[in-house]
Write a protein that binds this ligand. Structure first.
Ligand SMILES: Cc1cc2nc3c(=O)[nH]c(=O)nc-3n(C[C@H](O)[C@H](O)[C@H](O)COP(=O)(O)O)c2cc1C
Length: 323
């Protein structure tokens, strides 16, 4: 049996795989379009950029693909509403939002008839999302890269979320292989969202030094760090994190552009993420999922999809096993 399609609102993705949005600028037009071209859903990360750059990326992705392209934006960013509005005006296919909750975004998306998909980590979040009109929810567990809403393993929470809502559930956090997809679907998820695997693709917009640091990571190198957003985040241990842990904060050397609705100012999150992305690994923050060190190769998105499809088919064949 081959991988099923994923239906979110009126959208039907040929394959039930969403490429997670990855800020700052790691998942941009090229990556999102490559995923959409393979039949998945590609997300452009909108957090940490301004509407004109987002619009440029949406247009570029449309040139590269006629597949399903969405955006991912964190509620915590000050530009949240402007980014959502800009994406809607550009005719975006769906909007995924995390790190907080916005009733206004449900309204904006409903008016524009654009599917809205919140990232949740609890039954409460799933039920409220369904009540407010979400087209689907993404359940993110503690294994995920970036900001975390929970420290509970995704597969622990999944059965409860499946029981609590009737909208499609997309499982995220620690999905690397076809057998992980098979397990999530067998437990009632309609699809999966994957971040780390696509961050280590040719098309991801990070410096090769960033990608190599992730490839060389050992399990004990992946740690939790407090983010100025007011949430815990998962990242790769490095000199930057050691300084934060030892002193509690890092001197902010850039002009504050007030990018967050609320900022703890222990360091500048977007500056740190951007520094790492462009290869300054000593002074930057490298978000990554718990299982990043299991990825040993940088592959093209096409190769990643080919492997996932094959591994899924092996996992669900009578002799295959997942668990
Ligand atoms: C480098 C990186 C940046 C991320 N940035 C965001 C983001 O901007 N917004 C968001 O909602 N999730 C973000 N995430 C989470 C991913 O979208 C995804 O849900 C998560 O990584 C899934 O877990 P996995 O990495 O184990 O596949 C990020 C993850 C990584 C690895």
């Amino acid at each position: 049996m081959s991988l099923p399609s994923l239906k979110i609102g009126d959208l039907v993705a040929k394959l039930p795989i969403i490429q997670g949005g990855m800020a700052v600028r790691i998942s941009m037009a090229r990556l999102a379009a490559a995923v959409a071209n393979e039949g998945g859903i590609g997300l452009i990360a909108a957090s940490g950029i301004k509407p004109p750059e987002l619009i440029e990326n949406i247009r570029e992705a449309r040139k590269l693909s006629d597949g399903i392209i969405g955006i991912n934006v964190m509620f915590a960013v000050l530009e949240f509403a402007n980014l959502v509005k800009a994406a809607i005006q550009e005719g975006i296919d769906l909007i995924v939002a995390g790190a907080g909750f916005s009733r206004d975004a449900f309204k904006l998306c409903a008016e524009a008839k654009v599917p809205f998909v919140p990232i949740i980590s609890s039954e409460k979040g799933a039920k409220l999302s369904e009540k407010l009109g979400a087209s689907a929810v993404i359940l993110e567990g503690k294994e995920a890269g970036g900001h975390l809403g929970t420290l509970e393993p995704m597969f622990n929470a999944l059965p409860r979320i499946v029981e609590s809502v009737d909208i499609p559930i997309v499982a995220a956090g620690g999905i690397l292989h076809g057998k992980d997809i098979a397990k999530a679907l067998s437990m009632g998820a309609s699809g999966v969202q994957m971040g780390s695997r696509f961050a280590l693709s040719e098309e991801a917009n990070a410096d090769i030094a960033w990608k190599k640091a992730c490839i060389n990571a050992k399990p004990e190198d992946v740690v939790l760090v407090e983010s100025p957003v007011g949430m815990t985040a998962r990242a790769l241990n490095n000199a930057f994190i050691k300084r934060i842990v030892s002193s509690g904060k890092e001197k902010i050397k850039v002009r504050c552009i007030k990018c967050l609705k609320e900022c703890k100012r222990n360091y500048c999150i977007f500056d740190a993420l951007e520094k790492a992305r462009i290869g300054d690994l000593e002074n930057g923050l490298i978000f990554c999922g718990e299982r990043i060190g299991e990825i040993k190769e940088i592959l093209t998105v096409k190769e990643i999809f080919k492997n996932l499809v094959k591994e899924y088919e092996e996992a669900i064949s009578p002799v295959g096993a997942y668990g």
